[in-house]
Design a protein around this ligand. Structure first.
Ligand code: ATP
Ligand code: MG
Length: 517
């Protein structure tokens, strides 16, 4: 029987285990809870939605319900499920060897295995904001980008498939071998309608080639592998390392289809870098903004650091400007520290900082705890950190056990956070004593509260250091209230019509489009 704690962990919601235990809620009772109950228990809105989806999916797996409930329709969406054309990413996943297994083992054991498999799938799909459309025996069909489109639906579908494969590897079949899955993912335009025609079906009817393609790719995949279509691969940008398997003839498709095998999640420092598939096009306009940043950088080099906030709607070119500054100062001695906020980790304390450290220290998935600790020590030593307490705090931040090599941290959690934030500010200051530091925080509209605390402390403490903090954010971001320190802020306006023409021409040139296009 799956335990509540393990289940919540798969969803990334295990921080609620204590409050559920205090209220005598086990996995059985949890299935009866509604959103108001979760609100009373202190679940945030995002977590309530995620858990409600997972509860519905688990009921579905247990034969107690229908499909994942769609979140409330977005403003303006039709309540009657009228047919609409939209782009979605479809994932098909299958349990490897289930027919052979069903013939070999007791039906009850087989039922338990299938339930475990469905639990893992439902948990992974909910965790990565997918919509679990259907269980078909040992097959699972899920949509990403439906009913609501998210920032990175293609990437989330691959992460969900990886989480399924990882989750199953921890469950053994009666013959001692771990469970395995294969997944196929395709993205394309589909028509989403109501299959009953009466406007009351729970499961949306998806019409188009995309589900067929995902199903064919799944059938082609080796055990424990994920195949993606050409469109999905393009949307993934450089987020994942993939191998080109060439064109394959697939049943039901007149033309051979380009197939990609996902190898691993790539280590990219920012969303902007992950999306750049072509070389850099020239920066169009933004002369004033570049001048402002250059001025700040020159002052920073002379020991008068500061914080600059670049705000603007999605796609206005905030990251492009940061990239242009980084290229401008490439040949000057300096350190660059980039922290990328994520829409999926807004409640995960210091997530952008943790990812930065993991990248900068060069952690690999197979590294042991002691190997990670050594890499962290080397990184901190290179940055000039001397105190053992700093290593202790950073190891704690990165959840690396220190096995008694450092004094244990005796601080309660709230003070521990404060101490980590202070140690991070100290590290940037120590780094700046060697060379000027460009600290970039990308997409602060997705910042978690502790990282926002770090921005505040940093802004308050950098006026006399060589640190320039450059923060990008969409318009909804509220800069923190600081004690005396101010942010130089710029809201990006739209490029002029002529500049847009130049921009399109520049993009086309770097992608070497045919001049006839
Ligand atoms: N001034 C510009 N010159 C050249 N290319 C630009 C310019 N502004 C934007 N672009 C291009 O437009 C695309 C979107 O820009 P960018 O990613 O910088 O937007 P953003 O404001 O950071 O958006 P988001 O809020 O989603 O992060 C990129 O491919 C970028 O290279
Ligand atoms: Mg950006």
């Amino acid at each position: 029987m799956i335990k509540l704690e393990a289940w919540l962990k798969e969803l990334g919601l295990d921080q609620y285990c204590p409050v559920l235990a205090e209220n005598d809620i086990d996995l059985d009772v949890l299935l009866d809870l509604g959103e108001p109950d979760l609100e009373k228990l202190g679940f945030s809105l995002g977590h309530r939605r995620k858990l409600m989806r997972a509860i519905a999916a688990r009921k579905l797996a247990l034969g107690l319900g229908t499909t994942t409930p769609s979140p409330e329709a977005p403003a303006g969406a039709s309540a009657t499920h009228e047919a609409e054309r939209r782009q979605i990413t479809v994932m098909f996943c299958d349990l490897v060897g289930s027919t052979e297994l069903a013939n070999a083992i007791d039906p009850e054991d087989m039922g338990a295995l299938i339930r475990r498999y469905q639990d893992v799938c439902a948990g992974a799909i909910a965790r990565f904001d997918g919509f679990l459309a259907k269980f078909m025996g040992d097959g699972v069909l899920a949509y990403f980008g439906y009913p609501l489109a998210h920032e990175d639906d293609a990437g989330q579908s691959v992460r969900a498939a990886m989480a399924i494969i990882e989750g199953l590897a921890q469950t053994n079949r009666p013959d001692g071998r771990p469970l395995e899955a294969r997944a196929g993912i395709a993205t394309g335009l589909v028509v989403v309608g109501d299959s009953s025609g009466a406007g009351n079906a729970r499961e949306p009817d998806i019409v188009g080639q995309t589900p067929n393609l995902a199903a064919r790719l799944q059938a082609l995949a080796e055990p424990n592998s994920i195949l993606v279509s050409q469109t999905t691969h393009r949307l993934l940008g450089r987020q994942f390392d993939c191998q080109n398997l060439g064109e394959r003839a697939l049943k039901g498709f007149a033309e051979p289809v380009q197939v990609w095998l996902v190898l691993s999640e790539a280590v990219v420092e920012s969303r902007f870098a992950a999306k750049q598939s072509a070389g850099p096009s020239p920066l169009i306009g933004r002369v004033e903004e570049m001048g402002l940043l250059r001025d700040h950088w020159n002052r920073t080099r002379q020991g008068a650091g500061g914080a600059v906030l670049l705000q603007g709607e999605a796609g206005m070119g905030k990251s492009r400007i940061v990239d242009a500054l980084s290229r401008d100062i490439e040949d000057e001695p300096h350190f660059r520290v980039l922290c990328q906020c994520s829409p999926y980790h807004m409640n995960s304390s210091l997530y952008p900082v943790i990812r930065h450290f993991e990248r900068a220290a060069g952690f690999a998935p197979a590294d042991s705890a002691s190997c990670k600790l050594q890499k962290l020590e080397a990184l901190l030593a290179a940055g000039g950190a001397k105190a053992a307490a700093t290593t202790s705090l950073m190891a704690d931040l990165l959840s690396i056990p220190t096995d008694g090599r450092y004094p244990p941290l005796v601080l309660p959690p709230a003070q521990r956070k404060g101490a980590i934030v202070a140690a991070l500010v100290d590290q940037l200051t120590e780094l700046a004593a060697q060379k000027p530091v460009l600290f970039v925080l990308e997409d602060a509209h997705w910042i978690d509260p502790t990282s926002q605390e770090l921005v505040t402390r940093l802004a308050e403490g950098i006026a006399t250091t060589s640190v320039l903090a450059l923060i990008t954010a969409r318009l909804e971001y509220m800069p923190p209230q600081t004690n005396g320190a101010s942010f130089a802020s710029r809201v990006l306006s739209r490029l002029t019509k002529e500049q847009c023409v130049d921009l399109v021409a520049g993009t086309a040139a770097t992608r070497s489009l045919d001049s006839a296009v």
